[in-house]
Design a protein around this ligand. Structure first.
Ligand SMILES: [Zn+2]
Length: 578
């Protein structure tokens, strides 16, 4: 019998632990029910067998002496973008080390399957723009051992994965596959729509969790052209969600734009009879009632029997960026010429008063959905490129431009050009008003997610959103009880996404488990590491107060947060409830 004390491994069994017993845990079972002290949990063959006091441990079992630590189901992260990374990193770094045991990929429809050989570069270029991934990293990293979506699922399964994964079939990839370069030019013909619908049905039969798309104006591909899904008309959207529903299950996920408002989506839910997950409801201080209005519309739709969910975030949307790739401005129409050029041509454009004026004019126009809304005090100089400017670090563009007597936009662009566009800025864009965000994450029709893990790697890292919900929102602010926070991260998304046998600690459920210290659990500060293909940088955070993570009964992270690299116990999830 091997014993792990306080998550500390005293003796390590080689190979998969068939039997595992947790002793004396404080149990958070995922249902939101009050915690149960001094509880044992017995696991056999990856499945929870028994929950109770003083359970017997078979002689070949590994015993984990939880010693009063919290034990909860693994976190389900329903909004990730690991579609590309999973092909070179089956460990989905860093999500499992932040308590995530199930990740849903393909969100917003930005998948890499299906994809023909000749479209690979286009698909990678689009991801570069829309999801802030480096083109060199994608070219070097992606293992293209598939063409169709079913092949892609098989390839994930063949390579193995450290956490469980469920995948959406993604609209933009599908559109490019069927329409080629025209996918970003025009509406689809009836024949093209029929072909796409057939592929959606095939993907659902192969095990897609649903169909995902985006109509959001900030979702631009290479050179600033709209992502393919943004060109879809109503007939196409209805046909493809209908094709998903033909298989009797599936969730429709979209990041919505101005056209696809909640009443529009309620009509669609009524027509196709499937749940719709609506992203991204982020609180915007320049339109402070907007998201609450949407949550009210969602509540009213649900009262009429139409299952809509609002996807919300418990993290402020904070982005690190340079003017060489200024994601916060890319939702502006007036910014699109700047996405078509780089280097000296970009510097010239940013210095041009005419260009600046068009952006300033657009900033004056209120917009319902926009990342940046002229709050210059929320853009801070994080890292200057030149030593002589060091004293300006950590000051806001609002302050610095006021001192210089300039318009903040002019000041920012002049400064960035003077530093060869290497100045690193940090913008707190949305979701930073804690009263408002607290109300949103408590809303019964909201689902807390939106980590975007696997994307925007140099801009931010919210892969630890679950630990942030437990530490910041529950322990520090008391917005939710810890029981409620755990429920929000486990059984609730398992129900919304129809994941059978996950998200709870109860007999018959998968042993996806997180051992943690309720008095300390949190996410640590962000830091930069260089471990991507080609040595490129990404932001990451470390867990605080985490004592171990198990996926299907197999340890994947030990008590120091070190990922176990010798096992890939995750499953590609292909069967879902109706
Ligand atoms: Zn996303």
């Amino acid at each position: 019998m091997a014993t792990i004390r306080n998550g500390n491994i005293l003796t390590k069994n080689l190979g998969i632990d068939m039997n595992l017993v947790f002793r004396g845990a404080t149990l958070f079972d995922g249902t939101g029910e009050e915690r149960r002290e001094r509880t044992d949990v017995a696991v056999e063959d990856g499945t929870i067998q028994a929950v109770g006091a003083d359970l017997p441990a078979p002689s070949d079992a590994t015993v984990v002496d939880a010693d009063g630590l919290g034990l909860m189901p693994g976190i389900i992260d329903s909004h990730t973008h690991y579609d590309a990374q999973i092909t070179w990193d089956p460990f989905l770094t860093p999500s499992p080390s932040l308590g995530v045991t199930t990740a849903v990929i393909g969100n917003c429809g930005f998948t890499i399957a299906p994809c023909r050989d000749e479209d690979r570069d286009l698909v990678m270029r689009n991801l570069t723009q829309v999801e802030g991934m480096s083109l060199e990293v994608l070219r070097d990293g992606i293992e293209w051992d598939f063409e169709s979506f079913p092949d892609y699922l098989d390839a994930i399964e063949r390579r193995g994965v450290a956490a469980n994964v469920a995948a959406f079939i993604g609209h933009s990839a599908l559109r490019t596959y069927v329409m080629g370069g025209d996918a970003v030019e025009r509406a689809a013909t009836a024949d093209e729509v029929a072909t796409m619908a057939d592929l959606v049905r095939a993907a659902m039969r192969a095990g897609a969790i649903g169909f995902a798309t985006s109509t959001a104006p900030q979702h631009n591909g290479w050179g600033g052209v709209p992502m393919p899904s943004r060109l879809a008309d109503d007939a196409e959207l209805y046909a493809l969600t209908g094709a998903m529903a033909d298989e009797g299950r599936g969730i429709f996920m979209l990041t919505k734009g101005n056209r696809t408002d909640v009443p529009y989506l309620e009509k669609m839910a009524a027509e196709v009879g499937r749940p719709i997950m609506i992203a991204a409801l982020l609180h915007n201080p320049t339109n402070p009632t907007g998201t609450f209005g949407e949550l009210e519309q969602i509540a009213a739709a649900r009262a009429r029997g139409h299952e809509l969910w609002g996807q919300v975030s418990c993290c402020p949307l904070t982005m690190d960026f340079t003017l060489a790739s200024a994601y916060p401005f890319e939702g502006f129409k007036a910014w699109s010429p700047a996405m078509k050029v780089s280097g000296d041509a970009l510097k010239q454009m940013l210095a041009d008063p005419g260009f600046r004026q068009t952006v300033k004019d657009e900033l004056e126009q209120p917009a319902g959905v926009r990342l940046f809304n002229g709050e210059w005090h929320k853009i801070v100089l994080t890292e200057v490129a030149e030593e002589k400017n060091r004293s300006l670090e950590h000051r806001s563009v609002a302050d610095l431009s006021a001192e210089a007597g300039r318009h903040p936009f002019d000041w920012m662009l002049d400064f960035a050009v003077s530093e060869d566009l290497r100045t690193l800025f940090t913008a707190v864009l949305l979701n930073s008003d804690e009263d408002a965000v607290g109300r949103m994450i408590r809303d019964p029709n909201a689902s807390v997610a939106l980590s975007d893990a696997g994307a925007h790697l140099t801009f931010f890292c919210d892969a630890g959103f679950g630990l942030h919900l437990m530490g910041h929102w529950s322990r520090t602010l008391g917005t939710l009880t810890l029981e409620q926070a755990v429920h929000e991260l486990t059984a609730k998304p398992a129900g919304i996404f129809r994941l059978p046998g996950r998200g709870r600690i109860a007999p018959g459920y998968a042993a996806d488990l997180v051992l943690f210290d309720p008095a300390r659990v949190d996410r640590g500060p962000k830091r930069r590491v260089r471990d991507l293909p080609t040595g490129a940088a990404r932001l990451t955070t470390d867990a605080v107060g985490l004592h171990g993570v198990w996926v299907n009964g197999v340890p994947v992270v030990d008590r120091d947060g070190t990922m176990q690299r010798d096992e890939r116990p995750g499953r590609l999830l292909r069967r879902f409830d109706a």
